[in-house]
Design a protein around this ligand. Structure first.
Ligand code: ZN
Ligand code: ZN
Length: 170
């Protein structure tokens, strides 16, 4: 996805609105597949910062829905996020601004910005709900829906918690 900054470059200091809706292919985040149902919406303003047409500031919001797999019970995890961003685009690489994106001509390519914002905003772990009880480690039943008679007493020791953390990191 891209936007024209022709107006922003011609009228530095003025906020030029933009609005984009687009779909996005699934990506892999922390080794989990994440898909994006529906349209993502990017809304905001571009502004040329200097008379020399070298820098454009882009600010706005990105809203998106996502779907993945719950880290505890393996059922669907989903959410709807709204991210605010303010980023700088420069024509040339400048070590004083290592975080800024580059652009050429009168067009900003927004693919990197969009995936960066999504990666920063997605939860560290995908859960179907905050208090998901996960699966019984003994019989594998989904503890959100069923109760079993398994002896899970080991699960309450702090060592098992550590063990589970390790498993999640793999
Ligand atoms: Zn779950
Ligand atoms: Zn069980």
């Amino acid at each position: 996805m891209e936007i024209s900054v022709r107006e922003a470059l011609r009228r530095p200091g003025e906020m030029i609105p933009f609005h984009l809706e687009f779909s996005l292919d699934p990506m892999t985040v922390h080794a989990d597949p994440v898909s994006f149902p529906g349209q993502l919406v990017l809304d905001g303003f571009s502004m040329g910062l200097e008379e020399d047409e070298e820098t454009v500031l882009l600010s706005g919001t990105l809203s998106f829905r996502w779907e993945s797999v719950c880290a505890r019970c393996a059922e669907k995890a989903e959410g709807e996020n709204l991210v605010e961003f303010q980023e700088e685009f420069g024509r040339v690489k400048d070590d004083r601004y290592p975080d800024r994106y580059l652009f050429a001509g009168e067009t900003l390519q927004l693919d990197d910005l969009v995936s960066d914002q999504i990666l920063m905003d997605l939860p560290i772990r995908f859960l179907c709900r905050e208090d998901c009880q996960g699966l019984c480690p003994v019989c594998g039943c989904n503890l959100n829906r069923e109760q079993c008679d398994c002896d899970r007493s080991g699960g309450s020791s702090p060592f098992d918690v550590l063990k589970n953390l390790h498993l999640d990191d793999e």
